[in-house]
Design a protein around this ligand. Structure first.
Ligand SMILES: [Zn+2]
Ligand SMILES: [Zn+2]
Length: 154
């Protein structure tokens, strides 16, 4: 890959990050807390974390089954997120988790805020570069379910 990362991480499969806009195939830009905005039409999409988070904000105390039914996010993915302490519903395990890219202590998730932003910027840059080349996104980039769907829509 052209881009250098401090340490390679792959969150796409876990998060099902929206890469291209479902409406216009513009690049989806990370806005924080699982929300993405299309840089071309302004459409908003959410990754799994964003979907679950939105749902939990309105339905405090929902169980995994309810969350899954309403958001379409798999039980397994929800449990993973809870295990990683991504939601404030769970007691903080501060100090036990470190950022997978730079190694600083974090309270939840897998990356610190800085690296998370950096990570998403890299995905966006890569997507722009791929589109410029006139080549389909995701040839060997992530290679799994999330990206195949976008490839097919081309
Ligand atoms: Zn769009
Ligand atoms: Zn970091």
């Amino acid at each position: 890959m052209a881009m250098k990362m401090m340490k390679a991480v792959s969150l796409e499969n876990e998060l099902d990050r929206p890469i291209l806009c479902p409406e216009c195939e513009g690049v989806m830009v990370y806005r924080g807390l699982g929300e993405y905005r299309c840089e071309e039409c302004g459409g908003i999409s959410y990754d799994n974390y964003g979907k679950v988070r939105n749902y939990l904000e309105k339905h405090r105390g929902a169980n995994v089954g309810e969350i899954s039914d309403e958001t379409g996010v798999s039980h397994k993915a929800i449990r993973e997120m809870i295990k990683e302490n991504r939601f404030e519903v769970i007691e903080s395990r501060a100090g036990y988790i470190v950022c997978e890219m730079c190694g600083v202590d974090i309270k939840s998730g897998r990356l610190c805020h800085k690296c998370e932003e950096l990570y998403h910027k890299q995905v966006e840059e890569q997507t722009r570069a791929e589109r410029k080349k006139g080549k389909g996104y995701a040839d060997g980039q992530t290679g799994e379910e999330g990206s195949k769907r976008y490839t097919r829509q081309r």
